[in-house]
Design a protein around this ligand. Structure first.
Ligand code: NOJ
Length: 533
């Protein structure tokens, strides 16, 4: 067992977690002061989104210096203090590594752009215009428009799979590969416990830069995401060379006992492709598998998603229902009480699967997508888009800590995004109410921790594709989720089974041979040992 095998992770979107200095943006002092809340909640790993010096065009995913802290978030000393406090509380910390691209304000890019003959030119992808003019190939940016921008000075194009202000690094360049080893070591020496690797599927490109095959015609009303999906990303994503980089990083991480967790976002969520990043046990330790965010609330689709995922990677995926990039789960799952009930029930299943589950900040409060008025929206994905609803602001509004206009998030300036929450959604109110959703999540985490078989035993399916209930067994534990519209029965393995956790009712009842599960409801059952004698 490795230290992460029995843990639940928690994503901290740093800008929106807690503001210590009153400038309206979350920071390290703010986070450090709230870590005891995360320890109380019962998570074991905290993933912190990027905090490096950055012009913030993509809110920190445009890094201008890999080995520093942006003053907006504090100082390197604040960072060290935060890590020390986390460790004091028994929490491990993963930081976000953004290796696919830098900011266009990174000194590497300045050097690369200003000196076409210099040694740094090859840190990025520069190409001549196509014959007849225009971008060198048909690749498109995730965030809209071509993946190439023209540089007047050198009359060449540079590649960016995201914003033009996020030029892609050239991972076929051995100097860059070596230089990056030092970035990992810098943070590992500062005692981080590992990295979440941004765009882990994207680092290496096919250096011949052929056109990607087009699958569907592009039409003007399509969102960037839809346009991106019109192409088969045969040459810009998921290239075989990625795994060599992770093998190299794995060797570094192992020296420190650290973990590597990849964001492997591949279209169509093909688990066999994602599993290649983790299955040989010599690359990434875990990879986020995003299908649960995109699978409809429908038992056979959900069952197939998990069966296929676990066939491809029996214990190496990471699971999440929400993130700073996607609409929050309760909204996606129907909204209101129903959406919240489904999200909690679904979490029961994700937390009982083999792998490493994550909560996104506010999941434990049952937060839905926030309504951010157009004039307060910030995300470039929204503003570069025909349909501003494509932006990610609704899942990024600040954590509501306590009632009041600034939600206990900041004591000073206006928060960078509106708080947009009711008093009942705050940590303070929910913490004081034993019947709140926050207490349900906390109880779920405690029960999960206590049921050792959920970390140690193989999964055995109890149901199949045609059943309304998704059920499986791990040793002396059973997990079941009713994802249909009406109560349904689950046949239980032999023995007596005690309700250890239910998303809908108190624990304690004992069942034998079968039980009826509400809709929606997620349950964890523990087998009662047969009395001796
Ligand atoms: C994935 C990150 O989660 C997202 O927020 C970011 O915009 C892109 N990668 C680009 O770094």
């Amino acid at each position: 067992m490795r230290w992460w095998d029995s843990e639940v992770g928690y994503e901290v979107y740093l800008r929106s977690f807690a503001d210590g200095n009153g400038d309206g943006v979350g920071d390290f002092p703010g986070l450090a002061a709230k870590l005891d809340y995360l320890a109380w909640l019962g998570v074991g790993i905290v993933w912190i989104t990027p905090f490096y010096p950055s012009p913030m065009r993509d809110f920190g995913y445009d890094v201008a210096d890999y080995v520093g802290v942006d003053p907006l978030f504090g100082t390197l000393d604040d960072f060290d203090a935060c890590i020390a406090e986390a460790h004091r509380l028994g929490l491990r910390v993963l930081i976000d590594l953004v290796p696919n691209h830098t900011s266009d304000q990174h000194r590497w890019f300045h050097a690369s752009r200003s000196d076409p003959d210099g040694s740094m030119r090859g840190y990025y992808h520069w190409r001549d215009p196509a014959v007849g003019g225009g971008p060198p190939n048909n690749w498109v940016s995730h965030f809209g428009g071509p993946a190439w921008s023209y540089d007047e000075g050198s009359q060449q194009y540079y590649l960016h799979l995201f914003l033009p202000e996020q030029p892609d690094l050239n991972w076929s360049n051995p100097d860059l590969v070596r230089e990056f080893d030092g970035v990992l070591e810098f943070w590992l020496d500062r005692e981080v416990d590992g990295f979440r690797v941004d765009v882990a599927q994207g680092l290496v490109k096919n250096m011949l830069m052929p056109d990607n095959p087009q699958r569907f015609p592009v039409t003007p009303e399509m969102s960037p995401r839809q346009v991106f999906g019109c192409y088969e990303h045969r040459y810009d994503l998921d290239q075989a060379g990625n795994t060599a980089i992770y093998r190299r990083w794995r060797a570094i991480a192992e020296r420190y006992g650290a973990m590597l967790l990849g964001e492997v976002y591949l279209r169509d969520n093909n688990p066999n492709l994602v599993s290649r990043y983790v299955s040989k046990q010599d690359g990434l330790h875990r990879a986020f598998y995003f299908a649960p965010m995109h699978t409809p609330w429908e038992p056979s689709a959900m069952w197939s998603t998990f069966r296929d995922a676990l066939d491809a990677a029996p214990r190496d995926f990471s699971w999440a229902l929400s993130s700073h990039d996607d609409p929050r789960a309760p909204t996606r799952l129907g909204g209101g009480e129903l959406g919240r009930a489904r999200a909690l029930a679904y979490s029961v299943l994700l937390f009982a699967l083999p792998g490493l589950p994550f909560l996104y900040q506010g999941d434990e409060l049952g937060l839905e997508e926030a309504d951010v008025p157009p004039e307060q929206r910030q995300d470039p994905v929204g503003s570069r888009n025909q349909n501003p609803a494509d932006g990610r602001d609704g899942c990024r509004t600040p954590m509501p800590w306590a009632p009041g206009p600034a939600g206990g998030f900041t004591h000073g300036a206006e928060p960078w995004l509106p708080i947009a929450r009711s008093d009942d959604e705050t940590v303070a109110v929910q913490r004081g109410d034993p019947g709140s959703i926050l207490h349900k999540y906390r109880e779920l985490l405690a029960v999960r921790r206590a049921l050792g078989d959920l970390h140690a035993c193989e999964l055995e399916w109890l149901t199949d594709r045609s059943a309304p209930v998704i059920g499986f067994r791990r040793g002396d534990c059973v997990c079941a989720l009713n994802a249909a519209d009406a109560p349904a029965d689950l046949a239980l393995p032999p023995g007596q089974w005690r309700m250890a956790f239910s998303s809908e009712r108190p624990a304690g009842a004992v069942f034998e041979s079968a039980m009826t599960i509400d809709a929606p409801e997620g349950v964890l059952l523990a087998r009662i040992p047969r009395s001796l004698g």
